[in-house]
Design a protein around this ligand. Structure first.
Ligand SMILES: Cc1cc2nc3c(=O)[nH]c(=O)nc-3n(C[C@H](O)[C@H](O)[C@H](O)COP(=O)(O)O)c2cc1C
Length: 369
């Protein structure tokens, strides 16, 4: 780190009613280690190993059976799911951590083999999609979605509300609405995937109506100070989602979310690993439109994260891949210790390998919790 930039990431921060010891968040990451959808003891070990993060974000968690979009992912739509998650949040709290649940509906980025009764995935419009989805049968091409009827939309919003209630029963400290990475809410936001002619399609304000109604429903349960939103304005992800005017759309999204006074905006800045270069986008301008806590993400290091806070761009930084391989990332950053490299081939294996077996500082193996 250059002498000029302090370790801002290690300073405390307040988000809504939460007092956090540092500004380092563990970014939400799907790991595919929750067969049956109810989080288990291994998931509790994994998350509690990472409890020294200022905020631990849980992976994408389906708000309904139709919202599942990846094999062996957790849900938050039954009592069993909530009970499983309670085991995880208890373990994180026991180590002094705070945990946020990411509410997720995959929309069209799913597969009939993952859905109840072989249902076809749903989306704002029946637009063909490029891409493949992880299923129990391997990576399969995405099907053309069924367009969501206008009369179905209140039910989808209600699913988010019910999931928010279960998230509270499960002991989370806050919730994040996943409006990025080409999933359902993102599909409503973009003009490439949303060709609707009703009040949920057309103008940017119409396309963000679904997001804003979900925010209202979730905030009814949690209060706005415990609700955040994740967006990825230019991330084409693996699902080729684009918009004709990302700045026009997302600057307005930031303003509307600011008006609702949600606690935080979690922004994936640019393209994540393996995807082509995104279109130019002024993330500093986006940030200026939102007065709550801004969490920056994507390819940050300790140095660039401190820099982003020093410059007033970010309040907190979310780290993804570094957190998979370094459960004690905070302690490593604090002591300038080297980081353990990620073993990509173990990302989505079942079991402990590549999940709970990454070493802590001063130990060649993971510390048992
Ligand atoms: C294995 C893996 C799973 C991911 N799953 C999710 C997810 O469930 N929800 C989400 O919003 N982002 C997900 N992401 C994206 C990360 O949260 C993050 O945006 C991305 O890794 C960039 O941050 P980094 O450069 O610090 O890794 C995932 C990334 C990885 C590597």
């Amino acid at each position: 780190m250059t002498a000029a930039v302090e370790a801002h990431l290690l300073r405390p921060i307040r988000i809504g009613g939460l007092e956090l010891p540092n500004r380092i968040a563990m970014s939400p990451m799907t790991r595919g280690r929750t067969p049956g959808g109810s989080p288990n003891a291994l998931n509790a070990t994994y998350y509690s190993q990472r409890a020294s993060a200022g905020l631990v974000f849980a992976e994408s968690t389906a708000v309904s059976a139709q919202g599942v979009g990846f094999t062996n992912t957790p849900g938050i739509f039954t009592g069993d799911h909530a009970a499983g998650w309670k085991g995880v949040t208890d373990a994180v709290h026991a180590r002094g951590g705070k945990m946020v649940l990411q509410l997720w509906h995959s929309g069209r980025n799913s597969h009939s083999s993952l859905l109840p009764d072989g249902a076809i995935p749903i989306g704002p419009s029946a637009v063909p999609v490029e891409g493949r989805v992880w299923t129990h049968l391997g990576r399969l091409p995405i099907e053309v979605p069924r367009a969501i009827g206008l009369a179905e939309i209140p039910g989808l919003i209600e699913e988010h509300r019910q999931a928010a209630i279960l998230a509270m029963q499960a002991g989370f400290d806050a919730v994040e609405i996943h409006a990025g990475n080409a999933y359902l809410i993102d599909q409503f936001l973009r003009d490439s995937s949303n060709r609707r002619t009703d009040r949920y399609g057309g103008s940017p304000l119409n396309r963000m109506r679904f997001l804003l109604e979900v925010v209202d429903a979730v905030a009814d349960v949690w209060g706005t100070d415990r609700v955040g939103v994740r967006i990825s304005p230019t991330n084409p992800s693996i699902f080729g989602i684009v918009d004709s005017d990302p700045e026009g759309l997302f600057f307005r999204v930031a303003e509307e979310l600011d008006a609702k006074k949600i606690a935080f905006l979690d922004v994936v800045e640019g393209a994540t690993a393996g995807t082509p270069d995104p279109s130019p986008f002024d993330f500093r301008e986006l940030r200026s439109r939102f007065s709550g806590v801004y969490i920056a993400n994507n390819n940050y290091t300790f140095e660039t994260g401190n820099q982003a806070i020093a410059e007033g761009h970010a309040d907190m930084v979310a780290f993804g891949r570094p957190y998979i391989a370094n459960p004690d990332l905070v302690e490593r950053f604090a002591s300038s210790a080297p980081l353990t490299p990620l073993r990509e081939e173990t990302l989505h294996l079942p079991g402990e390998e590549g999940y709970t077996d990454y070493p802590f500082l001063g130990s060649s193996t993971a510390v048992a919790v």
